[in-house]
Design a protein around this ligand. Sequence first.
Ligand code: NOJ
Length: 545
Amino acid sequence: MTDQTAPWWTAATAYQIYPRSFQDSNGDGIGDIPGIISRLNHLSDLGVGFVWLSPVFASPMADNGYDISDYRDIAPEFGTLDDMDRLIAEAKGRNIGIVMDLVVNHTSDEHAWFHAACESRDNPMRDFYIWRDPGPDGGLPNDIQSNFGGPAWTFHEPTGQYYFHLFDPKQPDLNWENPRVRAEVYAMMNWWFDRGVAGFRMDVIDLIGKEPDRGITADGPKLHDYLQEMHQETLAHRDVVTVGECWSATPENALLYCGRDRNELSMVFQFSHVMAGWDETLGKWTRKPVALPVLKHSLARWQEVCAEDGWNSLFWGNHDLPRAVSKYGDDSPEHRVDSARCLATALHLMKGTPYIYQGEEIGMTNVVFERIDQFRDVETLNFHRIQTAQGLSTEDFLAGANLNGRDNARTPMQWSDAEHAGFTTGTPWIEVNPNYRQINVASDRASQDSVMARYKALATLRRNDDLIRIGDFVPFDLDHPQIMAYARRLGSQQITVICNLSSQSVTYDVPQDLRLSGVCAFTGRIIDVASQETLAPWEDIVVTG
Ligand code: NOJ
């Protein structure tokens, strides 16, 4: 049974493609759009409803495309506008929407706007960016730090002022207070909508309301005015999906973005569960195991926030985060498959739109790099420079980068056990994880018990059943150290989900309200959930009745 009134994206499973690492078609070692087109059948086979495509726009690639030099063109290494049109059409033919990445907190310093802005202080485009005179001591205007390390201000010698950048100096921040900037962004969004895109994922969108002079970067006072204006100028009356990347989103402000009467976004990516695994002072560059109760409380809190209004995004990983099975599961040969499947179950049966990050559907793992020259990510390389200059050994830094660094997610997609995992016939831009001979799409496709088979089953359930799509979420035993247990309820229907998220077997006293006689959602077998159940490591019990 499906409810026809809820938006299409509430029944969809999303899939993120990081184009550089997905599929190369021309042997240059870099993934590209024709490569993606050649793999669309994999996505339709999985049951994907829309793809979030990380940036493919023209870019000098200082941050692999999150530094855009022309929003209306495609980077030559990824293909052409014709390729992009073909991707949109071919995906649509398979009922898959293409959601592009809207990177408008900043541009590249090689964007024509920035070139013009640098010409002189009175250039009409100067005010597209954020410029300040040196501070009273002749130095930085203030002490705001960039997310990639170092000051958020870079001095522009020829015009004698600093420009502001919350990321790399090659990513100058746009000045959203300038109505001409906003008009340009909206025109560009409409241009892409007219080409047929199904929506936008909005890069660090919670930063656009910044007020650098007051030290405010995230969640600035005008943020929601801008988002409402954007909605009015671009999204209103279009049947599209939007998801804002909002590291500052909290349960308290979430509905400002995605509440039903707000006219802003469909949903946000919030990161409470991710940051629970970061150290308060050393951030992500050190080991900090996340206790399961902390994770569950965080996920449950967000389910509660969006229970009656708003909508959740559900994700374990993306191109900035470590591999899900390595971070939250157990990537040892003994438990990798079971833990990847169990994590998928635990996440995808909650209420919200689940996002699969490329490779997660086959349980791809973190990579272990032994030398800094194996890394490619600008953030990792910057922090290596900064932290080793402060006295940290490269060895200690590498340990952190191998745990949480962004390159974990960026090693090439493992399609088969052929050379370079079938990703390219050339030399990959970043090394392939050597475990590709065991972990690849071809071998998962051949097995009914594979991680991929589980993801496929979960996408089918969501697409076809309102209980999964809109049923109430009811958590149990949030403080249990190993079990994640919840029910979804709609009318008289219930699905019971019990996951052993640990590498030990666990005997669980099943609460009365989770006991159920019904059908196993994956095997169709009749199951009686009893008052006590012993679950093997990473086993799950999923029963509808
Ligand atoms: C967030 C993106 O996910 C990340 O990859 C990028 O480096 C920054 N925003 C800057 O655009």
